[in-house]
Ligand binder design. Structure first.
Ligand SMILES: [Zn+2]
Length: 183
């Protein structure tokens, strides 16, 4: 698990980023934190840049799109590529909040209310961020990572990456032409 201080730093980092960075289409964030062998990569992306819409899918076409994007991000290689000595330990994402079927299950009853409330709040209606978190275990310290999401999410023009590792902090603006982070 992440040390408390590091977690606080990460939370603070995402706090600042959320405050500093408004929801802008084409503009995403990638927050990276290391705790010993564990490396956490959290993407915060406008739903518009993944799905093309920012609400619970209505048409059959939108439902298909949601399904295809879920299977894409569940294949970590489509989002981030690390050296081979890093293995994926876990992942989570908030796209299930948009799945009409999961909204029907009792499990996500609270979610349904949250989404409904979200949708009904006029000004929020058209904007939604998707959070995707991957945790890797790396036997050695990776010297780089490639944000492969930039290869297929064509409307995502900029990915603001920020990191806190055991040795350093840093930030870089990634683009599809230069999507490599060097730690
Ligand atoms: Zn939006």
């Amino acid at each position: 698990m992440f040390r408390r201080s590091l977690l606080a730093a990460l939370l603070c980092l995402s706090c600042q980023a959320v405050v500093a960075q408004k929801h802008v289409h084409g503009d995403g964030q990638l927050l990276i934190a290391q705790d010993q062998q564990q490396w956490q990569f959290q993407f915060i992306l406008p739903a518009a840049d993944l799905l093309g819409f920012e609400y619970v899918p209505e048409s059959a076409e939108q439902k298909e799109k949601l399904k295809s994007i879920v299977s894409k991000i569940e294949n970590v290689e489509e989002m981030i590529r690390l050296p081979r000595y890093c293995t994926l330990v876990s992942m989570s994402h908030s796209l299930f909040n948009l799945n009409p079927q999961s909204l029907e299950s009792t499990h996500s009853h609270a979610n349904k209310h949250a989404i409904t409330a979200h949708v009904e709040q006029g000004h929020l209606r058209e904007h939604l961020d998707i959070k995707i978190t991957y945790i890797f275990k790396c036997k050695n310290t990776p010297d780089s990572a490639v944000a492969t999401v930039m290869e297929w999410a064509s409307s995502l023009h900029v990915l603001n990456a920020q990191w806190i590792t055991n040795e350093q902090q840093g930030a870089v603006k990634l683009k599809s032409s230069s999507a490599v982070i060097r730690f």
